[in-house]
Design a protein around this ligand. Structure first.
Ligand code: ZN
Length: 290
C-alpha cells in the first residue's frame, strides 16, 4: 500500500466514481421504454387524424347527396301534382316522361345517399375505436413519463450524494484540476483510473514499462507526485510485491506479448490508440502542479 496520501485519496474516489458512472449510464437507458411508447403514440395520433379528416369529407359528401335527394324528391312530387291539372294528351305524355325521369333520379340519389350514410356510420365506429386506442396510449405514456421522471430524480439524488462524498474525500488534498482529469480517466477506462504497477507491468494495460520509468515512478510516488502510464494514460503507482513474484509477473507478460506478437508501438502506444492522451484528460500539461 502506498504511503502517498494523494494516491490513497484517488483510490477511494475511484470506488465512488465507479458507482456514480454506473448510475449515469442507468439514467441514459431508463427512457428507452418511454421512447418506444411515444413512437407508438405519435403513429396512433397520425392514424386518428387521417381517419378524422376522412370522416369529415364523408360527412360533407353525405350532406350534399341528402340535399340532392331532397331536390329530386321535391321535383317528382311537383310533377305528380301537375298531373292533376293537365288537359291534353300531349301534355300528359310530356309530363309522364318528366315524371319517369324524376323518379329515376330520385331513386338514384336515394341509393347514393343511403350508401354514403352507411359508409359514414362504419367510419364513425372505426374513428371511435381509434380514439379510445389513442386515449389508452396517451394515458400509458403519461404514466410511464411520470415513472421515468421520478426514477431519474431518485438516481440524480443518489449521484448528488456520491458527489458530496467525493468532495469530502477530495478536500484540499486533490486539486479540482486533478479531480476532473482523474474523473475523466475513470469514466473512459471502464472504472479504472488508478492502477498499480507490478514489477514492470502496468496492470491497467498489461504493458511493460521501461526499467528507469519504474524507478522514477517509485521516487515520484514517495514525493507525492502523480504519474500516468504512458500507454493507457491511467494514473499508476508502484506496488511492491515479493521480488520473485514481481520478476515472474514481468516475465509472464513478456512471454505472453511475444506469443501474441504484441509490441508496445503496435498495441497501445500513445499515438496509435485513439482514446489515449486526449485533451480532455489534459495529459499534455505539466503534472507537477498537482
Ligand atoms: Zn497502462
Amino acid at each position: 500500500m502506498s504511503r502517498n496520501e494523494k494516491l490513497d485519496c484517488l483510490k477511494k474516489l475511484q470506488v465512488i466514481l465507479q458507482k456514480k458512472f454506473i448510475l449515469e449510464d442507468k439514467i441514459k437507458s431508463i427512457p428507452a421504454n418511454l421512447k418506444a411508447e411515444e413512437t407508438l403514440l405519435a403513429s396512433a395520433r397520425e392514424k386518428y387524424q387521417n381517419l378524422s379528416d376522412f370522416y369529415e369529407s364523408l360527412q360533407n359528401e353525405q350532406k350534399s347527396l341528402a340535399i340532392r335527394y331532397d331536390d329530386a324528391f321535391n321535383k317528382r312530387s311537383e310533377y305528380e301534382k301537375q298531373m292533376e291539372f293537365i288537359n291534353t294528351q300531349r301534355e300528359f305524355e310530356a309530363l309522364t316522361k318528366q315524371l319517369e325521369e324524376a323518379r329515376i333520379s330520385e331513386q338514384s340519389f336515394l341509393k347514393l345517399r343511403d350508401s354514403k350514410t352507411n359508409e359514414l356510420e362504419r367510419v364513425r365506429t372505426e374513428l371511435e375505436a381509434q380514439k379510445s386506442e389513442l386515449d389508452t396510449l396517451e394515458e400509458k405514456v403519461r404514466e410511464e413519463k411520470s415513472k421515468v421522471d421520478s426514477e431519474i430524480a431518485g438516481i440524480t439524488d443518489e449521484i448528488s450524494t456520491l458527489d458530496a462524498e467525493c468532495e469530502a474525500i477530495k478536500g484540499d488534498k486533490i486539486s479540482d484540476d486533478l479531480y476532473e482529469k482523474f474523473s475523466n480517466i475513470v469514466k473512459k477506462k471502464d472504472g479504472f483510473g488508478i492502477v498499480p504497477v507490478y514489477g514492470q507491468v502496468c496492470t491497467g494495460c498489461d504493458l511493460i514499462l521501461p526499467v528507469q520509468f519504474v524507478i522514477d515512478l517509485e521516487l515520484k510516488s514517495e514525493k507525492g507526485e502523480i504519474e500516468y502510464c504512458p500507454y493507457c494514460s491511467r494514473i499508476i503507482y508502484k506496488e511492491t510485491l515479493d521480488e520473485d513474484v514481481e520478476r515472474s509477473y514481468t516475465f509472464e507478460q513478456l512471454e505472453s506479448q511475444k506469443g501474441e506478437g504484441k509490441s508496445v508501438s503496435q498495441e497501445e502506444s500513445v499515438s496509435s490508440e485513439s482514446d489515449n492522451y486526449d485533451e480532455s484528460m489534459g495529459m499534455d500539461e505539466e503534472f507537477e502542479d498537482f
